[in-house]
Ligand binder design. Structure first.
Ligand code: PMV
Length: 326
């Protein structure tokens, strides 16, 4: 599909394409696809980019062997890993006959631990391919290309607050992300890493299981529609407490669906729960801190820059994402 589309673009081949893309954390979650091979979502979602945390990727043609080579953080990856298989499948979407690539990617966040490394990875690869081939794609088309690698990668094309529109077209041509007109440098994210072990159930598998067996998945589009409308309003009004609360509740709603999936999908660990209770108790003491959780046990804290010292005093291991420095 995409290759056909790319045929309309004049390609000005470069020797190498290099790009950075940030990771992103969803405040309104993407959970469920209306089309599984093209990663077309059931609902819109909304995220915030993680500034300088993400993936830097270079891609060049492999002129010495008829295979793709993938190097992650300086280490050559075995061909049979799921990591390489996903990248090769993505490269198949754009390669011409007899083209093979060397992909080098440096990711400065834990891989596959629910910290959105695949989003940054596929977005950076899409941007790097755009540079290599000299396509000069616009942001919407880059977002669509990144989406074909991993749904949430569609949002990693931009910094800041981003909305991914699910669209209505069967081919996904109107399912891309747009940057929202909200500058809020005081809005910070902190990562609480409970484990960076690779997860047993991928988000892809878990999403499919939820959409097919959670008895109340059909309510999810309505939950998202209401949460999204209210959260956007709160963002435009810079109402931090409301943004935090809606984001936290939306994540909890997503995890409650996973728990009702048959068999249950449980990413939450005892430590995750302990930290959630700590966040709630700090809020009771008047500290404005909220959390969100993705397809993994780690938590992401949401707070304002002015409260950073209070948050750090309570969570010594917090990895602060200093978005204001971006
Ligand atoms: O793009 P994927 O397949 O890694 O799915 C991401 C799913 C969540 O992180 C749980 C939610 C989201 O919107 O990012």
């Amino acid at each position: 599909m995409f290759r056909q589309y790319l045929a309309n673009y004049k390609s000005k081949l470069n020797k190498i394409g290099v790009a950075f893309a940030p990771a992103n954390i969803a405040l309104i979650k993407y959970w469920g696809k209306r089309e599984t091979t093209l990663n077309i979502p059931v609902t819109n979602s909304l995220s915030i980019a993680l500034g300088s945390l993400g993936a830097t990727t270079s891609v060049e043609f492999n002129l010495t062997a008829k295979q793709d080579v993938v190097i992650l953080n300086g280490e050559l990856q075995a061909q049979d890993t799921s990591f390489v298989t996903r990248i090769v499948k993505f490269l198949d979407l754009v390669r011409n006959a007899d083209e093979y690539f060397i992909v080098k990617t440096d990711i400065n966040i834990p891989i596959a631990a629910g910290v959105a490394s695949s989003a940054a990875g596929f977005a950076a690869l899409a941007l790097a391919l755009n540079n290599l081939y000299g396509w000069d794609l616009n942001d919407q088309h880059l977002s669509i290309l990144a989406r074909l690698g991993s749904g949430s990668a569609s949002r990693s094309i931009y910094q800041g607050f981003v909305e991914w529109q699910c669209g209505t077209q069967a081919d996904g041509s109107d399912s891309f992300a747009v940057k929202l007109d909200v500058e809020w440098p005081q809005f910070e994210i902190g990562l609480l890493l409970i484990t960076n072990a690779e997860k047993a159930v991928s988000s892809r598998q878990a999403m499919l299981a939820t959409t097919t067996t959670c008895p109340w998945y059909k309510l999810w589009p309505d939950v998202v529609a209401i949460d999204l409308k209210n959260l956007k309003q709160a963002l435009y009004e810079r109402n931090f407490a409301l943004v935090g609360l809606i984001a936290e509740q939306n994540a909890q709603a997503m995890h409650s669906m996973m728990q009702a999936t048959r068999p249950t999908v449980m990413y939450t660990l005892p430590k995750t729960l302990e930290l959630m209770h700590k966040v709630w108790s700090l809020r009771q003491q008047g500290i404005q801190v909220y959390f969100t959780q993705d397809a993994g046990p780690n938590l992401k804290l949401l707070y304002l820059q002015q409260d950073r010292h209070k948050i750090l005093a309570n969570f010594a291991d917090l990895i602060v994402v200093a978005r204001s420095e971006v």
